[in-house]
Design a protein around this ligand. Structure first.
Ligand SMILES: Cc1ncc(COP(=O)(O)O)c(C=O)c1O
Length: 397
């Protein structure tokens, strides 16, 4: 079954329903390769599970700590796919991965506590810390363009007596990197030395290419992970962003209790909707075939896009090991990332995400991020526009 044909992207629907810098928010004629949200509909088995649930017509309260099936499905899923041993008792469904990050910060940071945030990295790490009254301390983590390894050597110098937590985005958005066991061991050793908590975000961990591996921090053994507070989400792998569903998980009972308290699920003010939990359960239990087809499609898109962009002088695209995001160096064009994305939108009707403080931290200036979770047809049209825009710019320079 080919779920990922060009014609399966329904632009009429996307233009009504896909927000957050995407089809419903950009002007007519603009192609958005922006927010990390697929252009394809979710797996049919997820849709069916939701329809079956709706059929009964009951939308009663759920258990405060989540549907038991969500918790066991999650525990089985991460064991099967990533060899993570997580007790279902320490899994909590919440209304998005973003919320899970905010809850972790709220539970473990006090006013003025410092959190180390890699720069570049997704802005949610910084924002979660700030929302909890913490101070976000940027750790510059450059990437070697040849080995594609992240430089972790500056972490320790950023630690002060107020440092309480470090953010780990694994795989890393926007670099598309995964971490080696040695990298994770190094990060963990620092956390052990300074008694730091780890905000471990694995939302991208399903989206790993056949030529790469994913190592979770839990591969170091649960004994070392009692201060690891983890996040998973269903927006990226399964296209369920609008359902606002994610999971918080841990291995230590005291830490988990703190997360539950901060989540406000016990008062019913927090938590994930029943229908979203049902969708996530179906995502974890019924999408294996669909998901391999999705990865096959994404691999084709990735390989095409990286090669194509690297032929556009003077851009440089890094081949991601995971995620469906391309991190592209535009620094030789001699304009800021924001100037470039504005120019490209106006000149060739293509929307992409600029590097710089707002989305990924100031170390990402001189770069843009391109999402390729779309049809081959839309991607190639988008990249042709990028080429045309850059050629126009360089021919007049
Ligand atoms: C690293 C990372 N964490 C969290 C999120 C937010 O996911 P959700 O839609 O589940 O809030 C994103 C979305 O781009 C992300 O890239």
């Amino acid at each position: 079954m080919n779920w990922f044909k060009d014609k399966n992207v329904n632009l009429d629907v996307l233009k009504k329903k896909a927000f957050n810098y995407r089809w419903a928010e950009v002007g007519e004629g603009i192609i958005p390769l922006t927010a990390a949200d697929p252009d394809y509909p979710c797996a049919p088995s997820i849709k069916k599970a939701m329809m079956d649930y709706i059929e009964d017509g009951y939308f009663s309260y759920t258990p405060k700590l989540g549907l038991p099936e969500f918790k066991t499905s999650f525990s089985n899923y991460v064991l099967r796919r990533k060899q993570e041993k997580i007790d279902p008792e320490y899994v909590l469904p919440v209304d998005s991965a973003a919320r899970a990050m905010y809850i972790i910060a709220e539970a473990f940071l006090n006013e003025g506590d410092e959190m180390l945030v890699f720069d570049p990295c997704d802005y949610l790490f910084r924002e979660a810390c700030l929302a909890a009254g913490g101070t976000a301390v940027s750790v510059p983590v450059s990437m070697d363009p040849v080995s594609r390894k992240m430089d972790l050597s500056k972490i320790e110098a950023c630690i002060t007596p107020r440092t309480k937590m470090i953010g780990l985005c694994n795989p890393h958005n926007p670099y598309g990197l995964t971490y080696s066991v040695e990298d994770l061991d190094y990060i963990m050793s620092i956390c052990e030395k300074y008694h730091l908590y780890i905000m471990n975000d694995e939302i991208w961990s399903d989206l790993i290419y056949p030529d790469s591996d994913f190592n979770s921090i839990y591969c170091l053994g649960n004994e070392r992970c009692h201060r690891v507070l983890s996040v998973f989400g269903y927006s990226k792998s399964f296209g369920l962003a609008g359902l606002r569903i994610g999971a918080l998980y841990a291995t230590d009972s005291n830490c988990f209790k703190k997360l539950v308290d901060a989540s406000q699920v016990m008062s019913t003010a927090g938590g994930a909707t029943s229908i979203s939990q049902i969708a996530a359960i179906a995502a974890m239990n019924t999408t294996e075939e669909w998901f391999s087809a999705w990865m096959k499609h994404l691999t084709k898109n990735r390989d095409y896009a990286v090669e194509f962009i690297n032929q556009i002088h003077p851009l440089k695209a890094y081949k991601p090991k995971g995620t469906y995001l391309l991190y592209v160096d535009i620094s030789e064009l001699g304009m800021s990332a924001l100037e470039f994305t504005e120019y490209i939108k106006k000149e060739v009707n293509l929307a992409i995400i600029p590097g710089g403080h707002q989305f990924f931290g100031s170390e990402s200036e001189g770069h843009v991020r391109i999402c390729f979770a779309t049809s081959f047809e839309i991607l190639s049209e988008g990249l042709n526009r990028l080429k045309k825009g850059v050629e126009k710019l360089t021919s007049t320079q």
